[in-house]
Design a protein around this ligand. Structure first.
Ligand SMILES: Cc1cn([C@H]2C[C@H](O)[C@@H](COP(=O)(O)OP(=O)(O)O[C@H]3O[C@@H](C)C(=O)[C@@H](O)[C@H]3O)O2)c(=O)[nH]c1=O
Length: 187
């Protein structure tokens, strides 16, 4: 497994080894021991999967408030996404900043997004399947959303606004400063 800290160092791009042979490949897609060696130690309690039929589907930017804040380990098993994490931890030196990585069934990378971040992605291919492990259970009342193209965040998305396909909920999401989202930062 290869691990790389991104410009916000608490966000980690991990790429499990893939053993190819004439049949196809084998890969350990989750190994608690290897992840804990690179600092991903929180236990996961829920696995999610979504399918987006179109290219340009934007999901996000989402989070759940404390005590249901979620760390997420995101991967793609079909297609490709541009995956974005926004630091929403009050007091963090990178508060309000974002990082992104392309995750695909081909590059086999996974993005670790700790609790205290907003998460969102856009699909780069049709029929993209995203799977992610979460450190906290779903809590509908705790869900918050920030508009994907919030000018305060200035995220570089690889699609035009006209091509974005959003849920009704995500279309009317708030700006970052109006969303009333606050997470603690523990250094
Ligand atoms: C997130 C979630 C949704 N649901 C239900 C609620 C709703 O009826 C349906 C679709 O939910 P949404 O429209 O919120 O799905 P989606 O827009 O894919 O939301 C997801 O986006 C990405 C970016 C994340 O990071 C996730 O945590 C989650 O917020 O699924 C659950 O039952 N459990 C869950 O954990």
């Amino acid at each position: 497994m290869h691990a790389e800290r991104l410009a916000i160092p608490d966000v980690i791009l991990v790429t499990p080894a893939r053993f190819e042979d004439s049949r196809g490949f084998f890969s350990e897609t989750y190994n608690q021991d290897q992840l804990s060696k690179v600092g991903i130690t929180l236990p996961f309690v829920q696995d999610n999967q979504s399918l987006s039929r179109q290219k340009g589907v934007v999901r996000g930017l989402h989070c759940q408030l404390a005590p249901y804040e979620q760390g997420k380990l995101v991967r793609v098993t079909r297609g490709a996404i541009w995956d974005v994490a926004v630091d929403a931890r009050t007091g963090s030196p990178t508060y309000g900043q974002w990082v992104a990585a392309e995750l695909s069934a081909e590059n086999w990378s996974q993005l670790w997004i700790p609790p205290g971040f907003l998460h969102g992605f856009v699909t780069l291919e049709e029929n993209t399947e995203v799977q992610y492990k979460c450190t906290s259970l779903y809590s509908k009342p705790s869900e918050r959303a920030v508009i994907w193209n919030c000018p305060e965040l200035n995220i570089t998305w690889p699609i035009s606004e006209a091509d974005a396909v959003l849920s009704d909920k995500d279309k009317i999401a708030s700006h970052f400063s109006k969303a009333d989202i606050s997470f603690s930062y523990n250094g």
